[in-house]
Unconditional design. Sequence first.
Length: 370
Amino acid sequence: MEFFSINVEFLPLDLVLNFDLYVNASKGQKAKFVKVFPKDDVLNQYFKEKLKKYPGIYVPEHQRNAYLKLISKDPSIDDVHKTEIIKDSAVKYLSEIYHNPNDEKMIVETISKCDETVDSLISVIEDKSIDSLKDLIADLSFHDFYTYDHSINVSMYCIAIYKGIFPNCDKSELTNVGMGGLLHDVGKLSIPTSIINKPDQLSDDEFFRIKTHPEKGFQLMKKISSELPGHINWSQVTNMVIQHHENFDGRGYPYGKKGDEIDVMSKVCTIADIFDALTTKRSYNEVISQDKAIEILASLEGKKLCPEIFGMFLKHMKAYVPEGRRNKVLDEKFDPSVPFKLIPFTEVKQEKEEEDYGKIITDENKKAAS
Ligand SMILES: [Fe+2]
Ligand SMILES: [Fe+2]
């Protein structure tokens, strides 16, 4: 039997626990776990204090979802800790997928378990205003740039953004968009991690291989979706997998779809994907604040991002984006799938262009300006 460790502080008092608690009594090579609290019993203050005296408390892996469900609904745990616990579980599931890229049965089983994770994320996010979500996102942005951690952030942002844009949407839509966010990069599992996490400039061949991940993910989802839980709209999730690198202006990949050819949830995923790539501290040498990231996103409006969806996102984030021209815009070659060491910016020479205003452009003028 496998176990995972938990923090006793977060166990709710005077409630029936629907999972067992164990302590680790292993000696040398011999693993041994001893049950110290049985499921279906009520945990009181006296026993909780006793549990705190052990160096670690563990729950059996097969009861993880029961634990997650109880924690995500407990009002006494703050949202940052709650989300941390949910993220730990999701990391566990996603790392299982990424470490077993050829085991289809395991992938089906693990994706089915992710359902509970998305459900828990929704229950934390659902009742929150977008303003406090901004704080929640800020508190959680210290994570590493591993694909699965990125995926959990994207899932959380997708749920939050979609909920902000469509406050009256059904829970099932949040489940679909959250699951799409969680699996958007699933195609990366067939690409070597040495390429995925390479901090240096990628060769053309390596970049080409990374760009195959939407299609690879699409093929995997098509193959396994009939075996996955029926209440999720897998064709919607699969759309997000294949479309999240399409750009509003038609210059994305794999198909170069544009405007309304890209569905709304995929457009939301594109915002979430770039936002996380910019704000995750390990991905770049420089640390980007949330407001700065939103300003950078604004420079992509009409290019990578749909103006209508991005406009609604901005409105609900209540973010301030300075008006007028920007002197730094994100470079064309920026791709959220590639962990550049430095964020590639292009300087916009504002003054020159203002001087040129009204002038007749001749070849000589152009030469003088360059
Ligand atoms: Fe991607
Ligand atoms: Fe991504």
